[in-house]
Design a protein around this ligand. Structure first.
Ligand SMILES: NC(=O)c1ccc[n+]([C@@H]2O[C@H](COP(=O)([O-])OP(=O)(O)OC[C@H]3O[C@@H](n4cnc5c(N)ncnc54)[C@H](OP(=O)(O)O)[C@@H]3O)[C@@H](O)[C@H]2O)c1
Length: 277
């Protein structure tokens, strides 16, 4: 089954659903990645900080699928901000993945307290020009961080990967990200830190449509134009999460799910503002 693609502001495209890989270990991740590819996923999300890039590379090769058919994302870790460090971080990620490029390289967190995210962004621009990253973007950036790198370099990130789900909806950040022409990727799309999967509103919609709660939530993301990267270690749930393109939610369903928004949890607000390490 082919998945819809989202066109990025650099003209490239990204499959709207990918498989998350955190917190899978080097030993767990190869079979999960190979199974995900067998199910039909063509987009894999990893990061240096997950400590599993080597295993992601093993899983990709084990799948037997041509690398060209896949979209692989990795992220520059918080301890690698700065010119030399960012270059070294991406080169080390590529070595671990066993690859000569990724399709998307992201700055994992802005780390304003370190104060080097502009240099980090400038280095990603260079690395993209050298062909080591197809597209480049950021993660967990607030509007002021986005504006600073855009103003400093004239280059707008293709993606901002942020926590989004109906309970932690980040409406304002989504609006601000979109207004700058940046695609949004939802991390924790199923809201694992909330009780979203057990929520009665989600359950009632799922029962009416003959779908699972996870499918209803992932469909909400798709209908909001978001890119989703749910993680599952289970083959059955990988399959279930992938089967979200053959049905639609009604306007009332989307409105009810939108109504679950509880605002941004204090922890993330602080992280995004750079108030914490
Ligand atoms: N950029 C960032 O700062 C950042 C931060 C966090 C995460 N991420 C990325 O985003 C990905 C997804 O986020 P996440 O892993 O936090 O959250 P998630 O994918 O929304 O939720 C994962 C949890 O949901 C369970 N699950 C998955 N499918 C299910 C289903 N159909 N029914 C019931 N339970 C299901 C999983 O358990 P099982 O494995 O047992 O199925 C796991 O406990 C990560 O893997 C990572 O790649 C990025």
């Amino acid at each position: 089954m082919s998945t819809p693609q989202i066109t990025l502001n650099d003209g490239r495209s990204i499959p709207q659903i990918g498989t998350g890989t955190w917190p899978l270990t080097e030993t767990e991740v190869p079979s999960v990645v190979a199974t995900a590819i067998e199910v039909g996923y063509r987009h894999i999300d990893t990061a240096a900080a997950y400590g599993n890039e080597r295993g992601v590379g093993v899983g990709i090769r084990r799948s037997g699928l041509s690398r060209d058919a896949l979209f692989v994302t990795t992220k520059i870790g918080n301890d690698h901000h700065g010119r030399k460090q960012t270059r070294q971080a991406l080169e080390e990620s590529l070595r671990r993945l066993g690859d000569d490029h990724v399709d998307l390289a992201l700055i994992h967190w802005p780390m304003p307290q370190v104060g080097k995210y502009v240099e980090t962004w400038e280095t990603l621009i260079d690395l993209q020009q050298e062909g080591k990253a197809g597209s480049i973007g950021v993660s967990n950036f607030r509007p002021e961080h986005l504006d600073r790198i855009i103003r400093s370099t004239g280059v707008t990130p293709a993606v901002n990967q942020i926590e989004v789900n109906p309970v932690v909806a980040h409406r304002e950040l989504r609006k601000a990200t979109r207004a700058r022409g940046i695609a949004i990727e939802s991390w924790s799309p199923l809201g694992p830190s909330t009780n979203l999967l057990q929520d009665d509103t989600v359950g009632a919609i799922a029962t009416r449509l003959g779908k699972t709660p996870a499918q209803v939530i992932l469909r909400w993301h798709v209908e909001h134009g978001l890119i989703v990267i749910p993680k599952s270690a289970s083959a059955e749930r990988l399959r279930q999460n992938f089967e979200i393109f053959g049905f639609t939610l009604e306007a009332d369903d989307n409105a009810a799910l939108d109504g679950l928004d509880r605002g941004t949890p204090a922890f993330y607000s602080a992280q995004l503002a750079g108030d914490q390490n």
